[in-house]
Structures are given as structure tokens and as C-alpha cells.
Write a protein that binds this ligand. Structure first.
Ligand SMILES: *Cc1c(COP(=O)(O)O)cnc(C)c1O
Length: 465
């Protein structure tokens, strides 16, 4: 048996391949569907006991996703468990709530009232990115066809992007031109942009909240460079902003930063509701500036659900609860609540950065004040140390903390960094405890220097994307 997600390789014998519950009266196979029916409470016990062995989500400092929620969110998810997001005619109020969220986000991102903004919820930013990328590809192709030009070789120009854009490019057959990471700024270097663009560029993706470090790409400068390029060449290259994390941070922490629909070249924006949107895992958003930015060809209208609702999505069925929870959060926190949460998270990030800085061996790459509340650091050059950041990850895990260590992308692949994503539910007290555990780890390395420091493969670096 092999599975894409199998945690066992077939040449490794399994230690046990059945469950033996506490009361020992039944055995349940782990890898076969059991023959008999079983008592729900007992089965619940088995399943819950295995899940107990997972890491603690609130100590998972690798993820960007929500790991803390109001009880009311659980109640609303419960109310929604039977509702399919695609059944918009059967559940018109769930559909209405989705549309209200799209309106609220369009307004948060400064879409003009005179534009017919259009958007949808998705399963996350990855699906949102696929949809935005497809809209770019379709629009570019129809522009080129009208001019009688070839449509064989579309390309997408980006800075250091999240893996979803690599997926988009491969799955939908677009050349990805990822500008290598800038060693001083880490973000997309606008002065290099023009060299990567041509008449086949379907769009430029800027990231608000870089996965690798937390920085914001300089969207306003990128836009100005593309304005200049258009005046020289006539190429009107649109921008999509991947604001997976920053879409719910920048409007509250950095309202003066122009990255959104205030820039006419920004045609679409995505964000993960389940990151700093504070919704539970399973919801993203994509909004287009105007309905013209979403080619009509991509919209499907199906009549077999009893209505004739337009949809643009990769999935068909999808849970409604996350969208409802997003709506709840927007109402519950309001602009003031989001602002105060984001500014608390930034204070915590700055506290962690300051404390790490004082240890004298770490070089901070992002402190949490130039982008999202994320702290990223590397080891200072020229200080001989008996351990590396993979060892630190390993040691912190003994205290329950899950902190990723990974190498940066192209151009900086020799720089290994660690990163802490400060999220709602992570308190200043926890940050202080975390710092104490870093100090404890360094002290441990002083007394027990690792004979063979770990490498990337040996270290469970955690999924940092
Ligand atoms: C997390 C992330 C994604 C992928 O988002 P999902 O919601 O996990 O699908 C894409 N881009 C960036 C910048 C991200 O941080």
C-alpha cells in the first residue's frame, strides 16, 4: 500500500497495526475497514487518543493559520455543518453572508464605490491564487487574440512567492519568472522588474507578508515601475496582490501604506480568512477591482441545484461554516478589534525580536514592524557556535514549541533562518516563556554541544509555507 500522504514506508514494519483500547474487549484494525460496527463512544476515544499525540496547535509557531477561536465560532460551525457553500439557492442566507464579507473586504481594501467589485470565498489563498492567475491568463489571451498576436508563451512575474504560485504556473502552464530574492531587502526589487517583463507577461504578483520573512513587497513602487514600463512599451501589465497574511494586517497596522485598490494597477487581491482574518481553517478570499477583471468565460452557471447561480471555483462542494465564522469575526471584532489585536501581536513580535537580539548571536531579518507580526532571524556571521538553527528547532520541540528552520529561496539558499508567526491567542506571557526556553536551549548547547549538528533533512523543520 502506498499513499501520497502515507507516513509509513512499506519496507518499515509497523510496530502495531491495530488499536487495543483501554478496556481490551475489542481490537480495531488501523489499516483495514473493520468488519463490525462499534460503539461511537469507544471509537471516539481511539480517535481522540491518537490526535492527542499531535503537537499543540497554539504552540505551533510555524503556521500562519488560526489556532484560537471564540466558543461562538464553534457554535456557528456546528450550525453550519450540514450546509454546502455551493448550494446557494438552498442556503441563501449563507450565500448572502459570503457576499457581505466580499463587500466588507472590498471596502477594507479601498475598492471604489463606483466600481462593480466582484469576488468570492475559496478554500484558502491557494485556490484564490489559482482563480486570480486564471483571470490574468484569460484576460491576457483575449487581449493578444484581439491584436492578432501569438498566445503560446504566457509568463507571470513575481518576487519570492509562496508555493501556490509555483503550483499555479505548473498546473495552468504559465512560465513563472520569479525574481531571485534580494540579499539586502528580501522583497521584490522593483528596479529589476522591467527586465523580467515582456508582451507575454500576464501579470505581476506582489506579496503582502512574505512567507519567508514577513516583509511587505513595495507594491506602490512596483506599480510606478509598471506605469513607466507601459509608457515606454505600451504593455499594460496588471498587478495581483497576494495578501494572504497582510490583507488583514496592513489595513489596521499600516493604513498609510498604499498596496491595495488605491493603486489603479492592482486588479485583484487575495487573503486567507483563516490567517490574520481569524476564521477557522478553510476559508480564503479573492476580490477583483471590477467585474471586467474577471473574464465572463471563467464563470459557470449551473442549473441542477435548483437555481442558476454563477460560480468561479476549483471545488464544487465546500463547507459553509468557515465563511459564517469569518462573518462572525468581522462583526464581533470590528475595525477597532482587529486594530487592537494586530497591534498587540506586533508588540509581542517586537518583544521577541528585542529579546533574541539581546542574546548576541542572532541577526534579525524581520522584527515584526515592516510587515506582518512575524519574527525571522538567522545566526550572526563570524561567531563560532556549536549548534545551528536546526538544532535549536529540535531543542525547542522538547518544550512543545514548534519553530521552523529553513533555507531562504534562490539567491539566498545558503542562509538558514528561523521564524515565529505571532498569532491571535499567543500572549505576551507565552512569548516570555518562549524566550526563557530559547535561553534554556542555548545553555543546554553550551553544556552539551551537539557532536553532529543536524541538517535540513534530519530536522523536522515543520511546514513553514
Ligand atoms: C499562506 C499563504 C498562501 C497559501 O494560503 P492558504 O490559505 O494556506 O492556501 C499563499 N500566499 C501567501 C503569501 C501565504 O502566506
Amino acid at each position: 500500500m502506498t499513499s501520497l500522504y502515507s507516513s509509513h514506508s512499506d519496507d518499515q514494519p509497523r510496530i502495531r497495526d491495530e488499536f487495543v483500547p483501554l478496556d481490551f474487549d475489542i481490537k480495531i484494525p488501523k489499516y483495514h475497514i473493520p468488519e463490525d460496527q462499534h460503539d461511537p463512544a469507544k471509537i471516539y476515544r481511539f480517535v481522540a487518543d491518537e490526535l492527542m499525540l499531535d503537537g499543540r496547535a497554539r504552540q505551533n509557531l510555524a503556521t500562519f493559520c488560526t489556532t484560537f477561536e471564540d466558543k461562538e465560532v464553534r457554535d456557528l460551525m456546528d450550525l453550519s455543518i450540514r450546509k454546502n457553500m455551493i448550494d446557494k439557492d438552498e442556503y441563501p442566507y449563507t450565500a448572502e453572508v459570503e457576499m457581505r464579507c466580499v463587500q466588507m473586504l472590498a471596502e477594507l481594501w479601498h475598492a471604489s464605490r463606483s466600481h462593480k467589485t466582484i469576488g468570492t470565498s475559496t478554500t484558502g489563498s491557494s485556490e484564490a491564487a489559482m482563480l486570480a492567475g486564471l483571470a490574468f491568463k484569460w484576460s491576457w489571451r483575449s487581449r493578444r487574440e484581439k491584436q492578432g498576436q501569438s498566445t503560446d508563451r504566457p509568463n507571470l512575474v513575481t518576487g519570492p512567492v509562496q508555493v501556490c504560485w509555483h503550483k499555479f504556473a505548473r498546473y495552468f502552464d504559465v512560465e513563472l519568472r520569479e525574481i531571485p530574492m534580494d540579499p539586502t531587502r528580501y522583497t521584490l526589487p522593483p528596479e529589476k522588474l522591467a527586465r523580467f517583463c515582456d508582451e507575454n507577461t500576464i501579470g505581476v504578483v506582489a506579496t503582502l507578508g512574505l512567507t519567508f520573512t514577513g516583509h511587505y513587497d513595495p507594491v506602490q513602487t512596483i506599480s510606478a515601475v509598471l506605469d513607466e514600463l507601459e509608457s515606454q512599451t505600451g504593455w499594460n501589465i496588471p498587478i495581483h496582490v497576494d495578501a494572504a497574511s497582510g490583507g488583514f494586517v496592513a489595513p489596521f497596522l499600516n493604513p498609510e501604506v498604499k498596496w491595495d485598490f488605491r493603486l489603479p494597477r492592482v486588479r485583484s487581491i487575495n487573503a486567507s480568512g483563516h490567517k490574520y482574518g481569524l476564521a477557522p481553517i478553510g476559508v480564503g478570499w479573492v476580490v477583483w477591482r471590477e467585474s471586467n477583471d474577471l473574464p465572463e468565460d471563467l464563470i459557470f452557471r449551473v442549473n441542477y441545484l435548483g437555481g442558476n447561480m454563477p460560480t468561479f471555483a476549483l471545488n464544487f462542494s465546500r463547507p459553509g461554516g468557515q465563511v459564517v465564522a469569518q462573518y462572525y469575526n468581522l462583526l464581533r471584532f470590528g475595525r477597532k478589534g482587529y486594530s487592537s489585536i494586530m497591534s498587540d501581536l506586533q508588540d509581542i513580535a517586537l518583544f521577541i525580536a528585542a529579546k533574541l537580539g539581546q542574546m548576541g548571536i542572532f541577526k534579525l531579518i524581520h522584527r515584526g514592524d515592516e510587515g506582518i507580526p512575524v519574527v525571522t532571524w538567522t545566526l550572526q556571521d563570524g561567531i563560532p557556535l556549536p549548534f545551528n538553527l536546526y538544532d535549536l528547532t529540535h531543542e525547542l520541540r522538547t518544550r512543545g514549541w514548534q519553530v521552523p528552520a529553513y533555507s531562504l529561496p534562490k539567491n539566498l539558499q545558503n542562509t538558514v533562518v528561523s521564524r515565529v508567526v505571532v498569532r491571535y491567542g499567543f500572549t505576551m506571557d507565552m512569548a516570555a516563556a518562549f524566550i526563557e526556553d530559547v535561553i534554556r536551549a542555548l545553555d543546554y548547547f553550551r553544556r552539551h554541544a551537539p557532536a553532529h549538528p543536524l541538517d535540513e533533512k534530519e530536522c523536522h523543520g515543520f511546514n513553514h509555507l
